[in-house]
Each structure stands twice: as C-alpha cells, then as structure tokens.
Write a protein that binds this ligand. Structure first.
Ligand SMILES: [Zn+2]
Length: 256
C-alpha cells in the first residue's frame, strides 16, 4: 500500500523518528562546519519532538548538519533504547545529544553500553536537562562520571538568574554575563566531578547557593558539554538558551 507523504510523516513522528535524517541546504556554506549529529530523546515529562525541532533550528544556524533522531521509550521513566545494543552505536556521528529522561532505568549492563560510545576516543556528547536525572536509580556512578555532575533532585520552577563562572570559553560564544531563564527547573548539583568545570551557575531560591547550570567535562579524553536547563518550551524558545546549546554542540564536536 502506498502511504501518502503526510500520513507517513505523522506515522514517523508517532513512533519516534528512528533514523530520520535531514540534510540542511548547503547554500551559503562558506566556512560553516559539517556535522553528523545524533539526538537520543524520549521518556518522561517533556515535549521531545518540539525540543528536538528547536535544537535543530539552533544548530542549523551555525553548521550544515545531518541529523539522526532516535525518539524512543515512550513517556515513562523506565525504558531501554535498542540503539544502545548496537556495537559501536555512536561511531557514525560527530556528536551525540542526550536528551532522554528515564530516571528509573538502572541496569548497569545497559548503562555500560551507553557510556562505551563515549569512552576513550569515543564520540563527544551534549547532555541536556533530564539526561542528568536519567538513570538516577542506578547504584553505580558510571553515567554520572560521564555527565560530569551528580544530581538527584530539582528545585521548583522559577525564573533563575544565571551568571558566567568563567570569563571566556569557546562553548559559551555569545552567552551574556548574566541571564535570567524563562520558567524552568533548577537542578541541584550534589557533585561536580573532578574533570568537569562549571561555565555558568544559577542561584537556588531555597538555599541561596549557586549550582552549576552549564559545564564542560573531560570524560576520559572525550568532550562533554552539559546544561541542566531545558524543562519547558519557553526555555527552548529563548534565543540565549538556543545559542548556548548550539555553541555546546559545536564545541563538543571540536568545530567551535
Ligand atoms: Zn523537566
């Protein structure tokens, strides 16, 4: 049976656009870098198709990107994505964006497969918002060491003041000295891992402490860029946040 294009598109977005790739136009390429980006997304609590679309718009402004989006695992807190069962699953890509949200998945064998894609000469990563609460139930730190932060809870939604923790970093690009987020969650960072470095911090309204909200991590020689913001679409439509993400993607990929 022939599927009409619109129906096929709807079907793809329902099941998660596994392997869906879209080449941006090469027009005006100039010195724009070329990137192959994998986005792994899905799970609880957020609008992943819309977030992914915003991410793509932001990075497409800076680079010519071939996108692969794996949106799987439903809307719950416990799932395992089949992609990670593939040996060398990360190899075809220049950078992997982890925007998945599975707090109750804790199988150490599964987690080892994920981080293996980034270890020792593996593929760089960008980790966003609920990636930091994914695999939270795990008793091992294997995922947290990869992220560069340990977080198990967040403060209420509010508009959080964010300030730079470093004068300059290539991942920050146009990031202002101070920025107030749209309504978002502040993730409480229990630990910044030794090879991670905070680039920007946000202040809790509850305890008055500054917590890393943007950071970079050196995971066994692999670049990781992270931010804990990104709960609602208001953040994903904020130009400061989008430029931050795009800058992080390019820096992680070594294309800054
Ligand atoms: Zn959230």
């Amino acid at each position: 049976m022939m599927l009409r294009p619109l129906f096929l598109l709807a079907l793809l977005s329902c099941v998660g656009a596994v392997g869906l790739s879209a080449q941006t136009p090469a027009a005006g390429a100039g010195t724009r870098p070329t990137l192959r980006v994998l986005v792994v997304t899905g799970g609880c609590c957020h609008d992943y198709p819309a977030q992914t679309q915003q991410l793509q718009l932001a990075v497409n402004a800076l680079a010519n990107v071939t996108w692969t989006v794996v949106n799987e695992g439903g809307k719950g807190t416990k799932a395992q994505i089949a992609l990670y069962d593939q040996p060398q699953w990360s190899k075809p890509y220049d950078v992997v964006v982890h925007n998945e949200c599975f707090a109750d998945t804790q199988d150490p064998v599964y987690l080892a497969k994920i981080v293996a894609g980034h270890q020792k000469g593996g593929v760089p990563a960008v980790v966003v918002h609920c990636a930091m609460h994914s695999y939270r139930a795990s008793e091992t730190d294997v995922w947290r060491e990869f992220l560069g932060v340990t977080s198990r809870r967040h403060d209420h939604q509010s508009r959080y003041p964010v300030r730079r923790a470093v004068d300059a970093h290539p991942a920050l690009r146009d990031f202002p000295a101070e920025w107030v987020t749209p309504m978002d969650e502040l993730y409480i960072i229990e630990k910044l891992w030794p090879r991670a470095r905070a680039l920007a911090v946000a202040k809790s309204e509850k305890d008055g402490k500054d917590y890393p909200a943007v950071w970079v991590n050196d995971y066994q020689g692999t670049r990781v860029f992270g931010t804990t913001f990104g709960h609602g679409l208001a953040t994903w439509e904020d130009p400061v946040f989008l430029k931050l993400l795009a800058g992080g993607v390019l820096w992680a990929a070594g294309k800054e």
